[in-house]
Ligand binder design. Structure first.
Ligand code: BGC
Length: 872
């Protein structure tokens, strides 16, 4: 039975997050999916109701939009008085279709405003007063008891740390966030976590405690023995606000009344791991009535000018667990467990041990030939957890809390009772981002590649987009993020994640406008093309994928300063800054540097960022700026041609990356494009259909080949199994994307240990092409956020079928095709209130939609068939 009215809207989001607790804006934006599978279904109007409680929705709403004649369903601004700190809101929405039929109300969505202003705070920073921090030292535990004289109506805990914190109330851990509050430049901004803690409290005596870890704040960070980047002592700022049924209010904030000591955690470090002696835990320290003898007063520091901001994105959480596939014993008493997947997180180990027995867990991504753990590529990071058992009669479980490791194998030694595979669990940690993309094909190798890309994203989307998760680095390398962001947007909803990271990128920008090569900043910034350009490319990409104009508004000034810097420092518009070149390209003369001239890369990016800035200005209605930067883009483009392109269309250096930049960034006159394309293809062919690109060129390869009509060559590269290629590492057993095309080879063993990560997502940037071209789901040039999008599948290569979907801001887009001989059948779902343009691939005949090459597809399910030249 077909419904005669739309269904209740689903997937309600506030600030692009499901039911966020503690948002940081007084004017949040609302989004929903229209539920209507009738062909051509549209939303013609909506009605949002928001109130403090469900009971108030009809009678005393905070905002009742009434019926608004509009098809908009994404990022609808809060429509009345700005909300205040602590405001609790429930909301719902209903929609009307084209025939004027109204849907039922949606289910309720909720959110709550966090503490927006400095005046909301009375808490002070508290820390241990006298640890000798010259080496890693025991983690401080802080506590304070308080009493509640009545039933609790509402309780909120607002907390942040410079360092890491685990909050405890009455002996229980608060919430399920890991490595909270996460990483920022703590001198500029601190992320505040907001928790509803009513259920943790009781009438009478209560205890509020916290364990603190060094984390990014005072632990090892950067390279080698770099420590205490932000400060020496981790500290806590927390405010527990309680409202009793009587209306009485109570506040327990960190201040001089707190006491501090240490416990079982003898050392905890992100790179090196954790060391725990469970016998030293002061049992009951986080409960009322504990005899806190020997606990000392805390050191107190006033709040400084650093921002206190409700955390903008979902925190890191334990997202999934993995079971070992096997156990080996390369040396007597030394057991290695294979989790079957290079993952990021830590191990939960169950054991039956006697008191004082010491178990050591070492982590590695690979094994040596003799079956022992390979750790040389971790550089100085020890990645070792040590646990001294309490000796509980019923057994005990250890899982570290203030560290994470990048590993597939864990080596467990020191236990008298040999651990079994049942005793070991891999706990996967990353920011709790919604999975939005699915992609599957007839080729298991390509499916493994897709899985490797997704695991690369999981492993490196831990607070900031990092280069790698295992060695003594794990930094927010801007170039890596910039090349991968488009792929990331397909796999997961990363809008809020990048909004937050862009704040880190802005905080790391120098006064003269240079975006740092890592954000948060570590060490000095120098202008590096393709890395610094992340400051422009990332906001632009998030805007394109999610339609979020706020990210453009928030970053516009910073983007402008970087483009102006490039302009100011250029000589006759040739960029004067250099950078890392086409990092890790093949045949590089000196490590990492490819023959693509570095200033060619800088000038190309200079042109491109000027162009994106002009486009951003246009989106924001800044006509004058749009014109200025449009002109700058045209002039730099001309400079690029004069400087780097020969009259007969060769790009200086004659590298794949040189041609790719020229073509991808529209730097060539129309007439020279086919020539450049021919040079590019002939270089690929000359190498036996292989690539030679590094970080800069690789993401452009397949998209450029497709854009200029050579998807056939892109498929050759995709299916290529010889070195260098994507499938080469798959054949070598990779379960993530590797830093180098040959980080490990079955014949040659391990690559250079100095730089050899087995979890580096940059080359995973081919993912965007797999979704956009192989599956065929792509953004439309003229409209962001996939409401109006393009379906342009290009069956090819050796694939006989492909299937996938994307949870876009307006609904779930589904696509699949299969090829039987020359006959192709394509099926797709266009979500309600969206419209697609179907583009027939080149060489297709007898299309079931009729003659022509593009066709509008309204909302609904569609099947298209055609006959293709491609095929066996
Ligand atoms: C990182 C990279 C980064 C590069 C820049 C490396 O150490 O791991 O991914 O982009 O340095 O040169």
């Amino acid at each position: 039975m077909r419904r005669m009215a739309p269904g209740a809207p689903t997937r309600l989001r506030t600030e692009m997050r499901p039911n966020p607790m503690g948002i940081g804006t007084p004017r949040p934006r609302f989004s929903w999916w229209v539920t209507d599978d009738r062909p051509g279904a549209r939303q013609t109007a909506y009605h949002v109701q928001a109130a403090a409680t469900e009971a108030d929705l009809e009678s005393s709403p905070l905002w009742d939009s009434g019926r608004v004649e509009s098809g908009a369903q994404h990022l609808i601004y809060w429509g009345c008085e700005p909300l205040g700190s602590r405001q609790q809101v429930v909301w719902r929405v209903r929609t009307w279709d084209a025939a004027g039929e109204v849907s039922p109300w949606s289910e309720l969505a909720r959110f709550e405003v966090g503490l927006l202003y400095h005046e909301d705070w009375t808490a002070e920073w508290i820390a241990h007063p006298e640890r000798d921090t010259s080496t890693s030292v025991p983690c401080p535990y802080v506590r304070r008891e308080f009493s509640i004289s009545g039933a609790v109506k509402r309780a909120r805990l607002y907390a942040t740390a410079r360092g890491l914190m685990e909050l405890r109330l009455n002996g229980r851990r608060v919430g399920n966030d890991e490595l909270a509050p996460g990483w920022t430049d703590y001198h500029r901004r601190n992320q505040v976590m907001t928790y509803d803690v009513a259920e943790y409290l009781r009438e009478g005596a209560n205890c509020f405690g916290a364990m603190l870890g060094d984390g990014w704040y005072s632990g090892y960070l950067g390279f080698q023995n770099n420590r205490q980047v932000y400060g020496k002592e981790p500290s806590l700022l927390a405010q527990l606000e309680i409202e009793l049924e009587t209306g009485e209010k109570l506040r327990v904030a960190t201040d001089r009344d707190w006491r501090v000591s240490t416990g079982a955690i003898l050392a905890a470090d992100l790179y090196h791991g954790e060391s725990v002696d469970a016998r030293l835990e002061p049992m009951g320290w986080d409960q009322a009535g504990f005899a806190a003898e020997g606990w000392r007063p805390v050191a107190v520091a006033a709040r400084d000018g650093a921002l206190l901001e409700p955390k903008r994105m979902a925190a890191v959480r334990a997202i999934q667990t993995l079971r070992p596939r096997s156990r080996t014993e390369p040396a007597p008493g030394v057991f290695i467990f294979d989790l079957g997947q290079n993952m990021v997180g830590r191990v939960r180990l169950r054991m039956r041990a006697s008191a004082g027995e010491t178990v050591v867990l070492r982590h590695g991504e690979m094994l040596q030939d003799d079956g022992s753990l390979y750790t040389a590529n971790l550089r100085s990071a020890r990645c070792t957890d040590t646990y001294v058992a309490r000796g509980d009669a019923g057994g005990e479980t250890y899982e570290p809390r203030f560290t994470f490791h990048g590993f597939r194998y864990v080596e467990v030694s020191g236990l008298a009772n040999a651990p079994t595979v049942e005793d070991v669990t891999g706990v996967v940690l990353h920011n709790d981002l919604e999975v939005t993309g699915r992609f599957e094909t007839s080729d298991p190798l390509i499916n493994q590649l897709q899985s490797n890309i997704v695991w690369g994203q999981k492993g490196n989307f831990l607070e900031v987009p990092t280069d790698c998760p295992q060695r003594d680095e794990r930094l927010g390398w801007t170039g890596d993020a910039q090349v991968f962001i488009r792929t990331a947007c397909f796999n997961m909803d990363v809008a809020a994640f990048f909004e937050k990271w862009m704040a880190d990128v802005r905080d790391a920008q120098t006064p003269d406008g240079v975006f740092h090569h890592v954000a948060p900043a570590i060490g000095n910034a120098w202008a590096s093309s393709a890395w610094a350009d992340a400051g422009v490319i990332c906001p632009w990409t998030i805007f394109r994928c999610y339609g979020d104009k706020e990210i453009l508004r928030e970053n516009f000034e910073a983007m402008t300063r970087w483009v102006d810097y490039q302009h100011r420092e250029s000589k006759d518009l040739v960029a004067s800054h250099t950078g890392f070149g086409d990092w890790l390209a093949i045949d590089a003369p000196d490590p990492g540097r490819a023959p693509t001239p570095v200033r060619l890369i800088s000038t190309a990016y200079f042109a491109w960022t000027a162009r994106l800035l002009a486009a951003a200005a246009r989106e924001l209605g800044k006509a004058a700026e749009a014109q200025t930067y449009e002109r700058l883009w045209e002039r730099v483009r001309e400079t690029f041609q004069n400087e780097w392109v020969t009259p007969n269309g060769r790009v200086v250096g004659n590298t794949q990356t040189g041609y790719l930049l020229a073509l991808a960034f529209d730097l060539l006159p129309e007439a020279q494009r086919p020539v450049a394309l021919a040079h590019l293809v002939s270089d690929i062919e000359g190498r036996g259909w292989k690539l030679s690109t590094g970080f800069v060129g690789t993401p452009l390869l397949c998209p450029v080949l497709t854009r200029f009509g050579r998807t056939d060559v892109a498929y050759r590269l995709l299916h290529q199994r010889a070195y260098p290629s994507w499938l080469y590492s798959v054949d070598q057993g990779a379960t993530t994307i590797w830093e180098r095309w040959n980080s490990y080879t079955k014949e040659g063993g391990f690559g250079d240990v100095g730089m050899n990560s087995f979890n580096h997502y940059a080359y995973g940037s081919v993912g965007e092409w797999m979704y956009a071209t192989v599956l065929g789901v792509d953004l439309a040039a003229e409209s962001p956020a996939f409401q109006s999008f393009v379906l342009r599948p290009e069956p090819g290569g050796e694939l006989t079928w492909v299937k996938g979907s994307l949870d876009a801001p307006h609904g779930r887009i589904e696509a699949e095709w299969k090829r039987e001989g020359h006959q192709v059948t394509f099926r797709a779902t266009v979500p309600a209130n969206s419209v697609a343009t179907f583009r027939l691939p080149a060489g297709a005949r007898e299309c079931s939609l009729g003659t022509g090459s593009t066709f509008p597809l309204p909302a609904g399910r569609h099947e298209v068939t055609w006959t293709s030249d491609i095929g066996p």
